[in-house]
Design a binder for this molecule. Structure first.
Ligand SMILES: [Zn+2]
Length: 303
């Protein structure tokens, strides 16, 4: 018997790759909608040979590249988005900074946060950003744009019309993913609560339907969220919440810390992850431990 798994896609820029992944998953697992996953979770049944497919962020490649394949093969998925980013047609901070000059950005970060360049020389820039509040990150982007005369990028995500169309198809269940994609654990109580509750309520208004599901930004249960966030989700009647902890799905898994295995184009680890789940978890645990150590070094310097 095969184990069960929840997989996670972000940007899908290669349609051939995506179709092959979907067909491979379809040949190995029974692909289920999120409502069936919820039913299995809530009744405490043992999940057997099941796979639920999720997407995060609402990237425009979902509408253009992934969605036609999902329709062709009639595959149900869930997709976690920000109502703010979609309705404003703006971008998440990591999309906006994607092709920024790393040296310039690093200089700005060191100056603004008053960090000792020698102490952080070995810490990847992406790790430093993940130690900040969303307000700090937005301020760094503003300074970079001002200093380098960089205009905001064109919108990278689906339009509201496209979101409504995929939502109406019956194949795609939309869930919330905060307003601005902060690392929730870095936020003060009020900000974390607002990021969560506003995203759920605004999305419900935009789509004119209740929202029952949520995915944590970044999503590592040891680094990115805590019981505080789970309590905020319960207060908004969220019934399942997804982490990015790369494990298989187990009977009796916590519905607010569901594991997910990430799949991305051109990553040879994809198949290994799914085939060698248990060993992969060990490898990933080492990665997580080292990322956590690096983050703790930065937290010590900025707090
Ligand atoms: Zn995300």
């Amino acid at each position: 018997m095969r184990k069960s798994v929840i997989v996670n896609f972000h940007k899908v820029d290669d349609q051939h790759w995506f179709e092959q992944e979907i067909l491979a998953l379809k040949s190995r697992y029974r692909l289920i909608a999120i409502q069936e996953l919820e039913e299995i979770q809530s009744t405490g049944k043992k999940p057997k040979n099941l796979c639920h497919i999720t997407f995060d962020d609402g990237d425009q490649t979902f509408y253009k590249i992934a969605y036609p394949i999902l329709v062709k093969h009639q595959v149900p998925v869930s997709h976690f988005v920000s109502p703010k980013i979609i309705s404003e047609r703006s971008n998440f901070w990591f999309q906006e900074t994607e092709d920024y000059d790393q040296q310039t950005m690093r200089k700005i970060v060191l100056k603004e946060l008053n960090l000792n360049p020698e102490k952080v020389a070995k810490i990847p820039f992406s790790i430093i950003l993940k130690c900040l509040t969303i307000k700090q990150i937005h301020e760094l982007i503003r300074i970079y744009q001002e200093q380098t005369n960089t205009p905001p990028k064109p919108p990278q995500n689906m339009s509201l019309e496209e979101l409504k169309e995929v939502n109406a198809s019956g194949l795609v269940t939309i869930g919330a993913h905060t307003m601005n994609h902060p690392i929730l654990k870095n936020e003060p109580d009020q900000s974390s609560e607002e990021e969560i509750s506003a995203s759920i309520q605004e999305l419900a208004k935009l789509l004119n339907q209740p929202i029952h599901y949520f995915a944590y930004p970044n999503g590592h249960s040891k680094m990115d969220f805590s019981d505080r966030e789970i309590n905020f989700l319960k207060a908004q009647n969220i019934r399942l919440a997804f982490s990015t902890d790369p494990r298989h799905l187990k009977q009796g898994d916590d519905p607010y810390r569901l594991p997910r295995m990430g799949l991305s184009p051109r990553n040879p680890m994809n198949q290994l992850k799914l085939r060698f789940g248990a060993n992969w978890e060990l490898v990933r645990a080492l990665f997580t431990k080292s990322a956590l150590n690096l983050r703790n070094q930065v937290y010590d310097m900025i707090n």
